[in-house]
Design a protein around this ligand. Structure first.
Ligand code: V47
Length: 372
């Protein structure tokens, strides 16, 4: 079925998408500028169904944030605290290991581990944390540390990013999440996260991780002070690295949540913009297999709609989320597996529980088997 295209700028783009061609920078800008959301959805869904049919992925995961102490003080963030802030926390190793096993009886297949840039926790501490998790939960995939954390740990240990990644990998890190990318454009980065590594360093750290055989995700933070060109530039830079390494598995567009941040005067993103970011990402990132509608950030309701606008993944059970909830997210902390199944089925899609490597997972009561 063909959609009615009301925006004439989308007509040549439709031809390219239907022929399986690559979209240009200008095409990306036109996609962001259009209000013809149905045509955009039609095109993104075409690509999504070409790649994945009705299959919609989710996982049973748990987020662990060992510390919210952070030296960076990014204006975009409500999570990071100064080391002397009485509200700051840092878990002991025993606490991290205990937390990992806490919660619902549903056996998790992934721990998603990220935290602040702590000025005292050492690379050895993090290696010990990973080894302890692997020892206690050998079946669980450890998706840990953003490129920003890797660069900071390398800087503190006075070794290269490559060596840092090797040491963490040898201690049990299986892959890396996609955070910290924000928007690569320097003008924007200087305002929203001026103490973080720059865009080139984020890309270079991801390149090294991929060269070492580690897969990672990637993200883009939108809905603050960036413009359409900044967004497209970000997507094109991710696409270029992916052409080279093929190391990205999933892209996650992240809507800026302004509450409790120094940028709280910025209005929240709209459902329209959230859906548009999913669709444009699916169309521009022709070489990244998966687009995730992160329900914590979008709300389960909008994430469900996104499954018909380009997304093939809805993230997981999560259990306990801090970064978005500190910044005013009103969504629940976690969803049960049955709730995720319901969301996906009610969108007319076929739910598939996956592990971090997108292998299907079969469950019996509280155990799981990865089907290879
Ligand atoms: O890096 C921080 C962003 C990221 C705010 O890889 C904020 O599977 C909005 O990367 N408003 C962390 N965003 C989350 C993340 C992620 C989430 C889910 C899945 C995966 C994955 C990765 O959240 C940070 C930053 O970009 N962030 N503060 C805020 N106030």
């Amino acid at each position: 079925m063909q959609a009615v295209i009301n925006d004439p700028r989308l007509v040549p783009i439709r031809k390219k998408v239907e022929a399986g061609g690559r979209l240009s920078f200008d095409d990306g800008v036109a996609l962001y500028r259009t209000v013809d959301i149905l045509a955009l959805g039609y095109l993104a869904n075409l690509v999504r169904e070409r790649l994945h049919g009705d299959t919609t992925y989710f996982n049973v995961n748990r987020h662990i944030n060992p510390t919210d102490v952070c030296v960076a003080s990014c204006r975009l963030c409500a999570f990071g605290k100064r080391v002397r802030d009485p509200k700051a926390y840092t878990m002991s190793l025993e606490e991290v290991w205990h937390r990992a096993g806490e919660g619902w009886s549903e056996a998790v297949t992934e721990f998603h581990i990220v935290g602040g840039l702590h000025p005292e926790l050492t690379l050895d501490w993090y290696c010990e944390m990973l080894r302890g998790l692997k020892q206690r939960f050998p079946q669980v995939h450890l998706k840990a540390f953003t490129m920003v954390e890797i660069a900071y740990l390398a800087h503190r240990a006075k070794i290269s990013a490559r060596e840092t990644l090797e040491r963490l990998r040898d201690a049990g890190m299986d892959s890396l999440p996609g955070g910290g990318a924000e928007i690569f454009n320097e003008r924007v980065r200087r305002i929203i996260c001026d103490h973080k590594i720059d865009g080139d360093e984020w890309i270079e750290t991801a390149r090294i991780a991929h060269q070492l055989g580690l897969h990672s995700n990637c993200t883009m933070l939108y809905g603050h002070i960036e413009n359409e060109e900044d967004r497209v530039d970000h997507l094109v830079r991710l696409r270029q690295l992916q052409d080279e390494t093929h190391g990205f598995v999933t892209f996650i567009p992240l809507a800026f949540h302004p509450d409790n941040t120094p940028l709280q005067h910025i209005p929240k993103t709209t459902g329209f913009d959230d859906i548009k970011n999913i669709a444009v990402a699916r169309l521009m990132l022709d070489n990244i297999p998966h687009i995730k509608a992160y329900w914590v950030m979008m709300t389960p309701r909008i994430a469900q709609i996104a499954l018909r606008f380009g997304a093939d993944d809805i993230d997981g059970t999560i259990v306990e989320e801090r970064i978005y909830h500190d910044a005013g997210a009103t969504t629940v902390q976690g969803l049960r597996r049955a709730e995720l199944l319901q969301l996906i089925r009610k969108a007319g899609r076929q739910p598939v529980e996956r592990d971090t490597r997108y292998r299907p997972v079969e469950r019996t009561e509280s155990t799981f088997t990865v089907l290879v």
